[in-house]
Ligand binder design. Structure first.
Ligand code: ADP
Length: 271
């Protein structure tokens, strides 16, 4: 792919919306949840396509999308809003969740398990039949506008021991499992997103399959579809195949020299 050629995913996005290839019946399931005002939990490893799926669905359903990356400092006021002090007094400023509730947007809380428990609790009244958001600081109780939908993502393998969602929270969501796509489909996705040729895309996916088997042998994170796309993008721009894999797959995954050597051997056996 030359310098001035459009990036495939983005070029398609401008006209047709964010490109997403379904791996099961998740599109129909999500549409039903949306129509019935049900909150959705997307479960799956990092980089498997959760964000792209939500972007695609928001476009397909014609709703605005408001995304909030969650972190362990995220307070309820970061979602709901706060009073700002100005020279002539204070003004209320809506947070992203409140904006979504007013506008009837899809609100996507990415990696929600990272957020503080007291923050997650503010979602509860929005996920049942009431669909309300009480704003304590202003005394307002907002009714969610039609089209509002809450979507959270959750990576079940990650930091499982340290943090988890409370059962009382989990049971308020319809859960959808989005794992890495089957090999043939993952290769098509890598090819589409990176512009690499089919043979190299197949090679990247078979490399990933081998590396993913090392999960229980000291590899903390396995290569995601996103990493394969990064390697494919380097390849498509002329970087030698092995070098692209070392830079985009091996180094990001491990710092430990024996693991790095093992991963490099797998690369050399593939390309
Ligand atoms: P997550 O949100 O799960 O961490 P992303 O949605 O950011 O992962 O996925 C990483 C990249 O993988 C996306 O930008 C997209 O290019 C690609 N991707 C993964 N799965 C799919 C899919 N089913 N259809 C289209 N692109 C996909």
């Amino acid at each position: 792919m030359g310098m001035n050629e459009p990036v495939p995913g983005l070029a398609a996005g401008a006209v047709e919306g964010p490109w997403y290839h379904p791996t099961g019946n998740e599109v129909a399931l999500f549409e039903q949840c949306h129509a019935r005002g049900l909150a959705v939990m997307l479960k799956g490893p990092t980089g498997c396509g959760k964000t792209r799926f939500v972007e695609h669905m928001a476009w397909k359903l014609g709703r605005p999308l408001i995304t909030v990356p969650c972190h362990d400092d995220l307070a309820a006021s970061d979602l709901i809003g706060r009073f700002l002090i100005q020279h002539d007094g204070t003004v209320w400023q809506d947070g992203p969740l409140t904006r979504a509730v007013r506008e009837g947007a899809i609100c996507y809380l990415d990696e929600v398990v990272e957020a503080r428990q007291d923050t997650v609790v503010v979602l509860h009244a929005l996920t049942d039949h009431r669909r309300i958001l009480p704003i304590d600081k202003t005394g307002e109780v907002l009714q969610a506008a039609p089209g509002f939908q809450l979507v959270i993502s959750y990576n079940p393998g990650y930091q499982r021991m340290l943090k988890d969602l409370k059962p009382s929270t989990r049971q308020r969501f319809v859960a959808m499992d989005l794992d890495f796509p089957p090999p043939e489909l993952e290769a098509r996705i890598v090819q589409h997103e990176s512009g690499v040729d089919q043979a190299a895309a197949n090679g990247l996916v078979s490399l990933a399959e081998r590396i993913r088997q090392l999960r229980d042998r000291g590899l903390a994170e396995v290569p995601s579809t996103r990493l394969l796309i990064a390697a494919g993008t380097l390849m498509a721009s002329g970087i030698p195949l092995r070098e692209a894999c070392y830079a985009a797959i091996v180094s990001p995954l491990s710092d430990e020299s024996s693991m790095v050597d093992a991963l490099r051997d797998l690369v050399d056996a593939t390309f």
